[in-house]
Every structure is written in C-alpha cells, then in structure tokens.
Design a protein. Structure first.
Length: 139
C-alpha cells in the first residue's frame, strides 16, 4: 500500500506500516472490492478496519500491535488490512460502527468484532474466545 497523494502525514505513516506488515508478516492489503472474496476463503481471517490516525489515534495503536494480536489466536489467521477508504466502503456490511475494528471471519461468516483499542488482557481473552466459539459450533 503506497501512500496516496493528499493524505495526512499520519495516514501516510499508517500506510507505510501496512506495507511493512505485508512484507514482513504476510498480511494482505485489500481494496473494498477484495474484502468479501478474502473473507470467504477457507479458514479463519481477521479484517483490520483502519481510520486515519489523525482522526482516530487508536488506529495507530492497534496497527502497531496487530502482529502480536494475531499470535493470540489458537488457530491460524489470515490478516487483511483495510485502509480508511476501503474500510469505510464496506463497514456497514461487517457491522463496523466504531474505529478501529477487528472483524473475525470464517469462510465468509462473521464470528465477532473487537472495536477500538483494548487492554491486552481483553484481547488475550476475546480473540481465542471468538475463534473457539466457531470451532464449537462447527464440530
């Protein structure tokens, strides 16, 4: 994801971090058109709905710790990064009303959401819970 012309410096920094996550962690930077297809693929995924950090500073916090958050899942997670324009375009389809949001999916089904920045203990409890609940329902 390349910084776009006429973006705020904060958004440019976020997009640079996204590009680093793609290169280093194998995350996927998606346009709005690619989100449904990504979420429908086999296995579990998390969609990161970002906002311009200048407008919602917590976006930066979640973006920075996202690789560690993914490691909290007891199942492998594919990770999609949605820049603010893509995130806004599909937010209503995924029930996103607060920013930033992590939306967990499995083969197109929405399993749960974690909105805004949370305490680490809440992430450590909720992420495995969201993924494990789906395992219990499908077993």
């Amino acid at each position: 994801m390349e910084p776009l012309p006429h973006t705020s410096p904060d958004l440019s920094r976020l997009l640079t971090l996204f590009a680093r996550h793609v290169a280093t962690h194998g995350f996927h930077g998606l346009s709005a058109a690619g989100v449904a297809e990504f979420a429908a693929q086999p296995g579990h995924a998390v969609l990161f709905f970002a906002e311009d950090p200048k407008r919602v500073p917590e976006t930066w916090d979640v973006a920075v710790v996202l690789p560690e958050l993914v490691r909290l899942s007891p199942r492998p997670l594919r990770v999609a990064l949605l820049d603010p324009a893509a995130a806004r375009a599909v937010a209503s389809s995924y029930g996103v009303v607060m920013w930033p949001s992590l939306v967990f999916t499995c083969e197109g089904r929405i399993l749960g959401r974690i909105e805004r920045m949370r305490d680490w203990d809440e992430y450590a409890r909720r992420i495995p819970e969201i993924v494990t609940e789906d395992v219990a329902r499908t077993a």
